[in-house]
Design a protein around this ligand. Structure first.
Ligand code: ADP
Length: 323
């Protein structure tokens, strides 16, 4: 390979920029040309591709989001869209790809590379931390820190007014952010998609706290909790249990932004570095991941099929004991 291209796709996540920087600088160090594709698969189809050098990734290590922009692109799912993308890559003399994104991005890489002869490596970037093949995905640590910071602030007002807050955090299918932020922020209860907590049980927990003179409370509700989000949970609790002044805060998209944490900067750098080294070593159709403290490669089909992501038993157990 002589020239590689890097792109970000799907949901943005803090840590993508450190990864882009690592891909560009590692590629150049090993004598490759490096291009950046803007707006993910959309940019591939529209030939929105720019050559990059060491300088084009200066001063981005600390930036949230992605300097290459990201997009969701339906056209890439069609054979015509893929053909256009491939033609543009050839026009730009690109002969290998590093794609940073989530499940959808990996699916795109898998389909594209089974149709066309082009080596691809996927880097897991999503705040949800719900991909197979890596213990941590880019952006998860920063997002969790953002949530903890918000919980700390909410606790100040909760405590001053004897309020009960229901704080909704991101996680449609995975409660990873909710669980960790709940533990680190000392939440009274955590509602997760992975665990069926009934409103009745939640009220029992809150009432037990009130009986022990807890003067305020914070309940973390993951977006994907089966009771239907923080507003619904708050409403149903309030119908029965009206001890506190009840408030709801939806943290929403602020969880996606912000300067990447040291963990995400280092993880992004490691994964970008490893992705380029893998391409140079002739690897193809793999994802990069962190297992324990080691960078590993996983076959992309295995990564897509392996939905065995699971919250840690000790964290689950501890979260109720320590609350
Ligand atoms: P994420 O990568 O965060 O999971 P999406 O699910 O939106 O985000 O996927 C990102 C992009 O990947 C999509 O907009 C689309 O262009 C591409 N993609 C997703 N699924 C497929 C598919 N089945 N075939 C081809 N491309 C796909």
């Amino acid at each position: 390979i002589n020239k590689i291209a890097v792109f970000t796709s799907g949901g943005d996540a803090p840590g993508m920029n450190p990864c882009i920087r690592a891909v560009v600088r590692t590629g150049i160090y090993y004598g490759l040309k490096v291009a950046g594709i803007r707006q993910g698969y959309q940019g591939m189809i529209e030939n929105n591709i720019v050559d990059m050098d060491n300088h084009s990734v200066s001063n981005i290590l600390q930036l949230g989001g992605t300097i290459l922009k990201t997009a969701r692109c339906l056209e890439f799912k069609t054979p015509e869209g893929m053909q256009k993308a491939y033609d543009n890559l050839k026009k730009n003399k690109i002969d290998a790809l590093v794609g940073i994104g989530g499940d959808g991005t990996f699916t795109g890489l898998e389909r594209f590379s089974s149709k066309f002869d082009i080596p691809v490596i996927g880097v897991p970037g999503t705040i949800d931390n719900d991909l197979y093949g890596s213990d941590y995905t880019l952006g998860f640590d920063t997002a969790t820190n953002t949530v903890i910071e918000a919980i700390d602030k909410i606790r100040d007002t909760a405590e001053s007014h004897a309020r009960l807050f229901f704080v909704e955090v991101m996680g449609r299918d995975a409660g990873c952010i909710a669980l960790r932020a709940g533990i680190a922020g000392g939440a009274e209860a955590i509602m997760l998609p992975e665990k069926d907590t009934s409103i009745k049980d939640l009220i029992a927990t809150l009432a037990a706290g009130a009986a022990k003179n807890k003067t305020s409370g914070i309940v973390i509700v993951a977006e994907g909790d089966k009771n239907g989000g923080a507003f619904n949970v708050a409403k149903r609790v309030k119908e029965v249990f009206n001890f506190y002044d009840t408030k709801v805060t939806i943290l929403g998209h602020l969880q996606r932004g912000g300067s990447p944490s040291s963990f995400d900067r280092i993880l992004g750098s490691r994964m970008g570095f490893a992705a380029v080294k893998a391409l140079i070593a002739g690897e193809h159709r793999k994802t990069v991941g962190l297992r324990g403290n080691e960078i590993v490669l996983t076959d992309i089909v295995e990564a897509l099929n392996g939905h065995e992501f699971k919250l840690e038993d000790d964290l689950m157990e501890m979260s109720t004991i320590l609350a």
